[in-house]
Design a protein around this ligand. Structure first.
Ligand code: SAH
Length: 343
């Protein structure tokens, strides 16, 4: 059954006009889904009953099943969603003060193969459709009480979003548009492993979103090891593409750096990274490694994290160490799926 909001597979407005419905019905349906959080076509009480039944016959709002739902003490909630084809992805709701951020997946698995990441261990199985990405947003929104709204989206779940732009962009359009979730584009971040050609494509198609580039190493030798795709792309080209995106978008770039004890967290790495990023309007987002069962990496001690941060700050860079959230519910990247499905 097709998702009602899946522009790749069908056009809801065309379906409505084919069924003799006025154009405003599309807006009504979207309002029910995004604003009024309808769970069923039958909830859409201002649509004629026969139309509700036709919609129900042709489409579904939920193409996934919640296979697992877990909540951490800090308010982080994580869903494992199963698709009809038996595959599954994870998505997360994070509560932080007034913020209600969600993290969504874009692929089942991932082809990038980063050495420390759980999502890529089994390779990529398939791209998600736009509807499947939007459905994660709607599912997570359902977890909030009615007087709370989603405020931020990070496209940082499983998968490489720039390898699936044709689904990611329509989904983010739904997230940001007034008749969608209405989340400001300034509060939407796409995180990429840093594919230069795809960054250029994104800049051309839609540069309103915030871009985060996962660096993880200050030189090609180390990056080739941690982020294997770097053997093809290389740091220089990746950074040049990020710079071009910044020129087009005018939005400060974020660079992500997973801190791995004894691997990329030494003072010499911090100095080299500071030199590499000097002169850029950028934020460095340091993510202390989240342990993945079966992988040999370790999380650096708080003292090592502090030392790394101080060197970069002294060099004039803006640094944030991302607070770990939802640790106990394996809220990082592909871990829950692995423990549930053994992949
Ligand atoms: N493919 C995209 C987005 C998904 S991963 C990307 O590479 O950016 C989102 C971020 O989480 C990336 O920076 C990724 O490297 C990081 N990450 C993956 N596994 C991690 C782990 N075990 N601990 C901490 N961060 C991790």
């Amino acid at each position: 059954m097709k998702h009602v909001l899946d522009p790749e597979n069908h056009d809801l407005d065309k379906w409505l006009s084919d069924h003799g419905q006025p154009a405003f019905r599309g807006r009504q349906i979207r309002k029910w889904l995004f604003e009024k959080r309808a769970r069923d076509f039958h909830d859409m009480t201002d649509l004629p009953l026969p139309l509700r039944e036709q919609l129900k016959g042709d489409f579904s709002i939920w193409t996934t099943r919640i296979a697992d739902r877990s909540q951490a003490g800090d308010g982080t909630e994580k869903l494992l969603l199963d698709f009809v084809d038996g595959r599954s992805v994870e998505c997360v709701l994070l509560r932080d003060g007034q913020r209600r951020s969600i993290c969504v997946s874009t692929q089942v698995g991932c082809a990038m193969g980063c050495d420390f990441c759980a999502s890529g261990l089994g390779g990529v199985e398939r791209n998600l459709t736009a509807g499947e990405i939007v459905e994660q947003m709607l599912r997570l929104q359902q977890l909030l009480p009615n007087d709370e709204r989603l405020s931020h989206i990070v496209v940082m779940g499983m998968g490489e979003p720039l390898a699936n732009l044709d689904a990611v962009l329509p989904a983010l359009q739904d997230a940001s548009s007034k008749d969608g979730l209405g989340i400001s584009v300034r509060r939407i971040t796409i995180s990429t492993v840093g594919l230069p050609a795809a960054i250029d494509r994104l800049a051309k198609r839609d540069s309103r979103y915030h871009l985060a580039v996962s660096l993880h190493a200050p030189n090609d030798t180390l990056r080739n090891r941690l982020v294997p795709i770097n053997k093809k792309t290389g740091l220089t080209k990746t950074l040049a593409a990020a710079d071009r995106y910044f020129e087009t978008s005018g939005r400060r770039l974020t660079f992500e750096y997973v801190l791995l004890a004894g691997v990329n967290d030494q003072p010499e790495h911090a100095h080299e990274l500071a030199a590499l990023l000097r002169g850029r309007t950028a934020l460095l987002n340091v993510i202390p490694y989240n342990r993945v069962t079966g992988l040999r990496y370790q999380t650096p001690t708080p003292a090592a994290q502090r030392r790394f941060r101080e060197i970069l700050e002294q060099a004039g860079l803006a640094v944030k160490i991302r607070q770990r959230k939802g640790d106990r519910i394996s809220a990082a990247c592909g871990q829950l799926r692995r423990s549930a499905h053994g992949v």
